[in-house]
Ligand binder design. Structure first.
Ligand code: SF4
Length: 325
């Protein structure tokens, strides 16, 4: 008899508080100021979200010098270096900073430790937007550690004043291994006061570990430039899944992946709208995987207020509407 086909659906999954806030920021800015509203870099790393916002009038640019003087520009959830703020001010741009507050927390840690004379070992992926932004907070004090091969090359001013910080979307287990290796070289290494890897990244990894241990195949919905989504594939494989793939949409799933598969695990990255997961569930149901069980590893109720700049303009508009005859 063939084993029962089923889907284990991870919870929590999908968009986090920082992503919800960033998307809402662009939508509110479009309502308030009208299109075009410029956004420096992808507001969040998800193809579907970007295409939806483009259709509403958002214009995505790589750098602020592509934004016409005097326009509105939004900085993405991944954060920016202080030089980007300076350049935007020089060009008389109205800026709205949608940096996730949990990324801002890492920026503040970096400036504080740099001010206290520490060398900062930033564990993260070279070239990732968040890492570029954090590095920019203290370029003379931060050394990027992107894998074990970087560790032997590190030179610090004072081995008794070294701290490690990290990108918010890394694999928790891998990061702890890196920290252990760093501590062998720098026994007095100190760590951040709280977790730099954010709650959303951690919870999604805990959940995918649970489904990965029971599933033959784990499908992760997310884009290929999404760091936390890519980590979910790695964690699923590490937990025991025979195979795991990252897809933007259900249409990208290859039927061959289902060969000999009884249990499919399903989750999504922190920048993924639930509608895309629904599409995958439907696709799987059409192929006999209609039995869905949710595996809940944590519950989340984190919310972030809209950026201060936007909040102010929304209030002004509300006051104006109230006082209009
Ligand atoms: Fe913020 Fe974490 Fe979401 Fe990134 S993944 S936007 S750091 S909550």
């Amino acid at each position: 008899m063939n084993p029962r086909k089923r889907v284990l659906l991870a919870a929590p999954r999908g968009s986090c508080a920082g992503v919800d806030r960033a998307i809402a920021t662009v939508e509110k800015a479009l309502e308030l100021y009208g299109p075009p509203v410029y956004v420096r870099h992808e507001i969040v790393h998800n193809t579907h979200v970007i295409n939806t916002l483009k259709a509403k009038g958002a214009v995505f640019v790589e750098e602020t010098d592509e934004v016409p003087e005097g326009s509105v520009v939004i900085f993405s959830a991944h954060g920016v270096a202080p030089t980007v703020h300076t350049e935007a001010a020089r060009r008389h741009l109205t800026t709205i900073d949608a940096t996730c507050p949990l990324v801002t927390k890492v920026h503040k840690e970096a400036t504080r430790y740099a001010g206290d004379g520490y060398d900062i070992l930033l564990i993260g992926h070279e070239g990732h937007e968040e890492v570029i932004g954090t590095l920019g907070e203290a370029p003379d004090r931060i050394i990027l550690v992107d894998g074990p091969e970087d560790i032997d090359r590190i030179e610090v001013r004072d081995p008794s004043r070294v701290v490690w910080l990290s990108q918010t979307t890394l694999s928790v287990d891998e990061t702890m291994e890196t920290v252990a290796t760093l501590r062998e070289r720098f026994p007095q290494l100190v760590g951040p006061p709280g977790d730099d890897i954010c709650y959303a990244t951690q919870n999604r990894q805990i959940a995918v570990k649970q489904i990965g241990a029971q599933a033959d195949l784990v499908i992760v919905v997310g884009s290929h430039n999404s760091s936390n989504s890519k980590r979910l594939v790695e964690v699923a494989l590490g937990a025991g899944a025979r195979s795991s793939y990252l897809v933007d949409y259900a249409e990208e799933i290859d039927e061959a992946w289902l060969e000999g598969v009884a249990t499919v695990g399903l989750t999504s990255g922190a920048s993924v709208p639930e509608i895309l997961v629904d599409g995958v569930l439907e696709w799987l149901a059409q192929r006999g995987y209609g039995d869905v069980e949710t595996i809940t590893a944590a519950t989340e109720n984190q919310r972030f207020a809209l950026p201060r700049e936007l909040h102010h303009d929304l209030q002004m508009e509300a006051d104006h509407t109230c006082h209009s005859p």
